[in-house]
Design a protein around this ligand. Sequence first.
Ligand code: ZN
Length: 300
Amino acid sequence: MTNAENARPALRQPPTAYRSRVGDIEIVAANDGMVRVPMKDGFVRGVTAAEVGEALAESGLPREILTITFTPIVVRTGGETVLVDTGYGASGPPTAGFLLENLAAGGVRPEDVTKVVISHFHGDHINGLLTKDGALVYPNAEILVPAPEWDFWTSQDRKAQAPDAMKAAFDNVARVLGPMKDRLTHYKWDQEVAPGMIALDANGHTPGHTAFAISSDGESFVFISDTTNHPALFVRNPDWSPSFDIDPDAARRTKRRILDMVVTDDLPVGGFHFPFPALGKIARDGERYRYLPAQWMAVV
Ligand SMILES: [Zn+2]
């Protein structure tokens, strides 16, 4: 943030959510907030900050600060109210932690949530499971986590081998998920985690990172989670890998595979770090791709 921005009072958005449909399933997109990241060499592996700035400018964004937003979705399917990822909740930057009020605007109360399905264990996806005092935010929900993700982040060997910069992420997983470990359900890829909702292998960003195919009544939608971070950078340049992809080569292969699938099958997508309401389509552009944000609809 620049000094001029800090000197101005912040303008908070009014609480809001965005509702859409996949066949008979309702999707409610609700934002938890954002973080501003000053661009430095190394944010994208092997790419200079100037090159990243150029890509941001091509999308009309500031060259030197990347805004990363957090948008979980609620999937209303077969009598279940399924929250996919939680945002930072009370344990994140001051520009995040707005999910509950935005969910309320979308007609979803925490006690209504019957399942929380976690895509992977980064803090922006799990921290919102807990209040500041460590109580469960979604008291009635079954909490489902990817089995390979659990195996990775709870391995003391993996933690010992990890670079120092990653150790805090291991500690955060232990803090958030450790106390609730006996009530977690471990799911596998290709398994149905809720009616019409299949977990897809999207490994690379993290070892257990998962996307979700949601289908009903002949329509399908793919929530790609963190398969790509901001589309202006990583949809546009599918071989770019942010420094926080744990296995960049696997992440690139996954990204190519999933983007190719949604383009070939002409499927709408949602992305956790896409600009709100984080829904749209992907178009092929030679060896690259473009993100086409969805039309905002007053009535669906
Ligand atoms: Zn993320």
